[in-house]
Design a protein around this ligand. Structure first.
Ligand SMILES: *Cc1c(COP(=O)(O)O)cnc(C)c1O
Length: 356
């Protein structure tokens, strides 16, 4: 039976990227060796790194003055690397969920943290308005897509101070005006590639302003100087990212992907809104295009388990909601085909017809 992969992360990748990665593992570019057994400093791998950076810059239209890095450690390491490199006295954070809270916790070790907006009062089901951002803050940190709660910031904020965004789960899902950000980062494993690599886009002029000692490995300047090869980079995940980027380009770029993503999300949100049995959990103006959260209406609460079983039999994978929200979450990342969303909608309608 066909499986429909709604996993939240690690998650679905373009089939062609997986197939080409498998080929590169067996015989990389016809050199008679696996991608896994050659030096990261070989000209063959250097070409992969160069193309990955170049494609990322091209597809995201990254302006001059920015550097692109691919490092280990996940988005979680960035939660501490960012304040290490950039927080002198004070930083502003928008508190939109668990990931934002984790970032805030790390920053507090380096200076004063001002939470300029929070949706904790309603279990992070909406994007709060940022109150005044202090003009003397070193930066303003946001999480553009809140993977657990299915909320998303759909615009590029105008920020009076350096804007830093965790885009782990909505990178390349919509066109972004990179020039409005000082830094964009995230774990690759939601929308870009396999687990094990972190992407970082950083405007170089914000670095080198701290007085504290920064350990070599945690200093962005180290990795910029060495082209992400100060130490051995995650070669295999980077290769898959390159293949994913080639796929995005072949489809017509981020504009095209965005159109498809909007269509997919509308299909599912409409089904939820028109249902007698299901309802969405995120505030309407904050709804994510990438993670669509819904629950059973109170009068059908006892049917949740039954729908999990029913949907599993129809090939739906990974739609169980995060434990802090409950219910269901369908992640509709770039690589998820429209037919999978249609299959889920059909499955919901069928279940409702039988049970409501
Ligand atoms: C998954 C996720 C993270 C954590 O990423 P790691 O690479 O596992 O550290 C951080 N932020 C957001 C928004 C996420 O979705």
């Amino acid at each position: 039976m066909k499986k429909h992969n709604f996993n939240a992360g690690p998650s679905i990748l373009p089939r062609v990227a997986i197939e080409n990665t498998a080929k590169a593992i067996l015989d990389f570019n016809g050199i008679g060796l696996s991608l896994l057994e050659i030096s990261h400093r070989s000209k063959e791998f250097q070409a992969v790194m160069d193309e990955t950076v170049a494609l990322f810059k091209e597809i995201m239209e990254i302006p001059e003055g920015y550097q692109v890095l691919f490092l280990g450690g996940g988005a979680s390491l960035q939660f501490c690397m960012i304040p290490f490199n950039l927080l002198g006295q004070k930083a502003a954070y928008l508190e939109t969920g668990v990931w934002a809270k984790k970032a805030i916790k790390e920053a507090k070790a380096f200076g004063q943290v001002e939470v300029v907006g929070s949706s904790a009062d309603k279990n992070f089901s909406y994007i709060p308005r940022a109150t005044t951002i202090p003009a003397d803050a070193d930066y303003f940190h946001i999480t553009t897509n809140n993977t657990i709660y299915g909320t998303e910031i759909h615009v590029d904020y105008d920020s009076p101070v350096n804007l830093i965004a965790d885009m782990s789960s909505d990178i390349l899902s919509r066109p972004v005006d990179v020039s409005k950000y000082a830094m964009i980062y995230g774990g690759a494993q939601k929308n870009l590639g396999p687990a094990g690599v972190t992407f970082i886009i950083v405007r170089e002029d914000i670095l080198g302003k701290m007085e504290r000692h920064i350990p070599t490995m945690l200093d962005y300047r180290t990795h910029i100087k060495e082209g992400s090869m100060f130490n051995t980079p995650p070669v295999l995940p980077i290769y898959t990212i390159m293949e994913t980027l080639r796929w995005i380009k072949s489809l017509g770029g981020v504009e095209k992907i965005y159109e498809i993503n909007k269509r997919k999300a509308k299909l599912l949100y409409d089904a939820i809104d028109n249902s007698r049995m299901f309802m969405g959990t995120a505030a309407e103006d904050s709804r994510s295009l990438m993670n669509i959260c819904f629950v059973m209406k109170p009068e059908f609460q006892d049917k949740e388990e039954a729908f999990m079983e029913f949907s599993k039999k129809a090939g739906m994978i990974g739609i169980k909601g995060h434990r802090s929200v409950g219910g269901f979450r369908a992640s509709t990342y770039n690589a998820l085909p429209e037919e999978s969303v249609q299959a889920l909608v059909d499955c919901m309608k069928e279940f409702e017809a039988l049970n409501a």
